[in-house]
Design a protein around this ligand. Structure first.
Ligand code: ADP
Ligand code: MG
Length: 351
């Protein structure tokens, strides 16, 4: 199978199936995208490298999903509506079954968001997938990192920490990534299979919060998507906005779904995992792809209505303050000494 056969077979689709903003898709030197009047194009790129961002033997259907999901998550964080994307990939070989599953996972998510593949590049080389997404947002309405105001509430969507839990359990089963076992056949020693399956789904098939991002336009003052962990990502908003924050660490730590899973026997999560594990996963985990955003307290009802319309819960975890820095506090607002400053040192292990 040559390069052009590969593209025609796995990636090219009929023009009628494309987002109407795509005037010309795959096949020419450039694709043509027609932005509507009064909108700004939102553009973001993410690269996924085998052995660094995913296991080389990961299910290709899941990989197709995730490669696009992490990009759509950036559009979500900007409050942009997805239009189209390009796909640049290097592949060790043209494996038809692998490409069929990969493109299926990719297009299922793309179609769910009306986001069309409009071009790309394909070469031979180590497995590497780079997607650039294009979205649209009415001029001036994009959610930025720089808009947080002192007094804002800080919210997180969905759950945090489960993807990292899954990664660490999978790494331990594989002997820290040097093994070449089939990911699909692994069994974690102490975690009920249903709990691990749920956590793995978060790692391998993250849900980009596109609907929530759209619903938060005009309501949120600042937003980003949590890809490197709460403790690492919230400071991006604080620095860009020139503010600080107090975060209720207990509210944040409650956001890990694995703890609440009904498949645990009576003793459950806290017996198998230490408090430090939980802190590491929730606060500095990564791969969550939830939205972290701030909004004025006057918008509390509007935030909840946006969450409801998007079908994802949001939890208030703290408050933006004028004083610079990130402060972790307990339920009573008392400072918590949880070595938050050292979270930087938990560098995420590669698979
Ligand atoms: P050029 O050499 O002019 O850059 P290519 O021969 O690389 O063009 O690609 C031919 C066409 O196929 C182009 O329209 C390009 O956008 C598209 N294409 C190549 N690889 C991919 C891919 N992985 N996914 C989608 N479109 C692709
Ligand atoms: Mg080329």
């Amino acid at each position: 199978m040559g390069e052009f056969d590969l593209i025609a077979r796995h990636f090219k689709r009929p023009a009628v199936a494309l987002n109407p903003a795509v005037d010309l898709g795959i096949g020419d030197d450039c694709a043509l995208l027609r932005p509507s009047p009064g909108i700004q194009l939102a553009v973001s790129t993410d690269m996924l490298v085998a052995g660094r961002h995913f296991f080389e033997d990961v299910d290709p259907h899941a990989l197709g999903h995730k490669a696009l999901a992490v990009n759509l998550s950036d559009l979500a964080a900007s409050g942009a509506r997805p239009l189209a994307f390009t796909l640049a990939m290097s592949l060790p070989e043209a494996n038809d079954a692998w490409l069929t599953a990969f493109s299926k996972g990719l297009f299922e998510l793309a179609d769910a968001h009306g986001c069309s593949l409009m071009g790309g590049d394909t070469t031979r080389g180590p497995l590497n997938i780079c997607i650039t997404v294009f979205g649209e947002v009415p001029t001036g309405l994009a959610l930025l990192r720089s808009g947080a105001q002192a007094g804002d509430d800080i919210y997180v969507s969905g759950t945090l920490g489960d993807a990292r839990l899954a990664l660490e359990v999978m790494l331990s089963v594989r002997g820290h990534g040097h093994g070449h076992g089939q990911a699909g056949q692994m069994q974690a020693p102490h975690v009920p299979p249903a709990v691990l399956a749920q956590a793995r789904a978060r790692l391998e098939r993250p849900t980009p919060r596109v609907g929530l991002g759209l619903a938060l336009r005009g309501i949120a003052n600042a937003a980003l998507d949590v890809s490197d962990g709460l403790a690492g990502d919230l400071p991006h908003i604080l620095q860009a906005s020139g503010v600080g924050a107090s975060v209720n660490v207990d509210a944040a730590l409650d956001l890990i779904a694995a703890k609440r899973h009904h498949a645990w026997p009576a003793a459950g999560f806290d017996v198998v995992f230490s408090a430090q594990d939980r802190q590491r996963w929730v606060l500095s985990g990564g791969d969550d792809y939830e939205l972290l955003f701030t909004a004025s307290p006057s918008q509390q009802a509007a935030v909840q209505a946006a969450a409801q319309s998007a079908g994802v819960p949001v939890t208030r975890i703290g408050r933006i303050e004028a004083q610079a820095g990130l402060r972790w506090v307990d339920q009573q607002g008392q400072p918590c000494d949880i070595e938050a400053r050292s979270f930087d040192h938990f560098s995420a292990p590669g698979p």
